[in-house]
Design a protein around this ligand. Structure first.
Ligand code: VGL
Ligand code: ZN
Length: 201
């Protein structure tokens, strides 16, 4: 099909592009309290994207789950998740292997007891800072495909950003085995464009 995007297609980075890294935090990685299966595999790939953006002096944003110790999503409070990403804890720190530039704009979410915080846009600072940076096209990757990536992409599309989904740099929790695949299908169906690192030049 002539119109179908192939992995050989190239994407030229330009101004109005921003990289948005979702929740690359110790608790979502191997040994963490809510480790995403194969989550660590996204780190070297994201470092490749970071390099491309830094080389062009394009902005990098990183969200982080930043919960109080009595967050409503924790099983102890009747929620679905083990305790994870408690503000200022080791588990909430960004992975040391992730090469975040010093200029990274950090967006905390899930900071109130009742705020679910799956989407980076629950913190209004994200939209404000993206607008300050004149970002129109967001390259989104990270953890987890079926929660925070999905909800951030939904909101980004609702806010009329163009979204490029980094399909080689996302991993799913897969509480049910099909959740990650379903999430990817939904994001693409809503307008996100799936890309891989080799497509960037
Ligand atoms: C996430 C579950 C709970 C995520 C955050 O980052 O996808 N998932 N909190
Ligand atoms: Zn959380």
């Amino acid at each position: 099909m002539a119109n179908k995007r192939k992995s050989t297609d190239k994407i030229e980075l330009s101004q109005n592009d921003a990289l948005l890294l979702i929740d690359i935090q110790n608790d979502f990685l191997q040994g963490g309290n809510l480790a995403v299966p194969n989550g660590d595999q996204v780190i070297p790939v994201l470092n490749g994207y970071i390099e491309q953006f830094v080389n062009r002096q394009l902005p990098v944003f990183a969200t982080r789950d930043w919960h109080p110790s009595n967050h409503s999503s924790f099983t102890r409070q009747g929620g679905p998740w083990p305790e994870h990403c408690i503000a200022n804890s080791k588990g909430a720190e960004f992975a040391t292997g992730l090469h975040l530039p010093a200029s990274t704009d950090i967006i905390s979410k899930g900071i109130d007891v009742e705020q679910d915080g799956y989407s980076g846009f629950v913190n209004p600072a994200l939209k404000e800072q993206l607008d300050n940076a004149a970002a129109r096209r967001l390259f989104i990757g990270g953890l987890a495909t079926d929660y925070c990536v999905l909800n951030t992409v939904r909101d980004a599309l609702d806010h009329h950003y163009r979204v490029l989904l980094l399909t080689d740099a996302i991993r799913a929790v897969n509480v049910r085995q099909q959740n990650g695949g379903n999430a990817i299908n939904e994001m693409i169906q809503k307008g996100a464009i799936p890309i891989t690192l080799d497509m960037i030049r």
